[in-house]
Design a protein around this ligand. Structure first.
Ligand code: A2P
Length: 331
């Protein structure tokens, strides 16, 4: 069966990458539509060598164009309002915003980790936060073979994760311009502040990592703490992940399990200065893992350095993989 596919928020940072990733893959697309707000309606985007006019999203878009699958990346407000409308008309929404992620009726999915959760969808499937996606891909084999007791996340996140506005704050900031998107200059700086602050003193980004990891790994009791930091890097997030396991492990065996796990490339050759780097991860869909070493302060502890393209695997590619899984298994 061929499907009608729509991208909502097609002119944005993730939206444009949706088009690029879809061009690289071979989904059975009958009709293709690109939606954004009134601001960019009427402009054009190229997809597979053809020009598409950007349409303004409205309540009838999904019904009128008989959309089967819609990839959303147009902010939480747009998703809150339009995802239920789309689902009502029989469209399956794969939503990149945080709006629906913790809803018990919405599967939160990373295809390498919990693809079967997709089967329980009621019209909306959520794409996790970019930092969570790459982390759980790396954690999956550890969770499966050794069990995880506690996780300490520290992230080094690229400005592309804050959309076009984040990117231009770094670009213009490097030329001396004041920031518009971030509360402080990001050029030559590190901001321990991503998304808004909450009552408990954590940022929302930090609590997303805590809650989403538990939901994806199906373990509400996992002990997790996180510090998320915006750094002056254009693209690809880096993360230090400290994990306390339930069981003893041999380091070589653990590394082999990471290497054999779907979607992971281990880059760990200290003699040759080889470890994952943001500039090398950009443009790829795999999660790169290195600096794999025992945490000698714990009985069964391990440290990892995990890097991935936050716009591709952290957003667009993960959503497209979910769409591919639905097409292959549920249509
Ligand atoms: P537009 O270009 O019309 O503003 P980013 O996060 O990179 O800034 O991208 C946000 C994306 O979400 C853009 O494609 C933007 O479209 C789209 N968008 C924002 N608000 C709406 C809305 N109310 N309806 C549809 N698309 C929206």
């Amino acid at each position: 069966k061929k499907i009608n596919l729509a991208v909502v928020g097609a002119t944005g940072m993730v939206g444009r990458t949706f088009l690029k990733v879809l061009e690289e893959k071979n989904l059975p697309i009958e009709n293709f539509y690109v939606f954004a707000s009134a601001r960019s309606a009427g402009s054009t985007l190229t997809f597979n060598g053809k020009e598409y006019t950007v349409l303004e999203l409205n309540e009838n878009s999904f019904k009128d164009y008989q959309i089967d699958i819609a990839l959303f990346s147009a902010g939480g407000g747009t998703s809150l309002k339009y995802a239920p409308i789309a689902a009502e008309s029989g469209c399956i929404v794969i939503d990149n915003s945080s709006a629906w992620r913790m809803d018990p009726n919405v599967p939160l999915v990373v295809p390498e980790v919990n693809p079967e959760d997709i089967r329980n969808h009621q019209g909306i499937i959520a794409n996790p936060n970019c930092s969570t996606i790459q982390a759980v891909v790396a954690l999956k084999p550890l969770h499966e073979y050794y069990g995880i007791k506690r996780i300490v996340y520290t992230t080094f996140q690229a400005v592309s994760g804050a959309g076009m506005g984040g990117w231009s704050d770094l670009e213009e900031g490097l030329k001396g311009q004041a920031p518009k998107k971030f509360p402080h200059p990001i050029a030559n700086n590190c901001l321990p502040h991503i998304d808004v602050f909450l009552e408990n003193g954590y940022t929302k980004e930090e609590m997303k990592m805590v809650e989403e990891t538990r939901k994806i790994l199906h373990d509400d009791t996992l002990r997790i703490t996180a510090t998320t930091v915006r750094v002056p890097v254009f693209n690809s997030h880096s993360e230090s992940i400290n994990v306390e396991l339930n069981k003893p492990f041999e380091i070589d065996e653990l590394i082999n399990r990471l290497s054999a796990s779907e979607g992971i490339i281990v880059q760990d050759d200290l003699a040759n200065n080889i470890y994952p780097l943001a500039i090398n991860a950009t443009g790829h869909d795999e999660v790169f893992v290195g600096r794999i070493r025992r945490d000698e302060s714990l009985e069964h502890g391990i440290n990892l350095w995990v890097v991935a393209d936050n716009i591709r695997k952290g957003a667009a590619s993960n959503a497209v993989q979910i769409a591919e899984w639905i097409i292959a298994n549920m249509m």
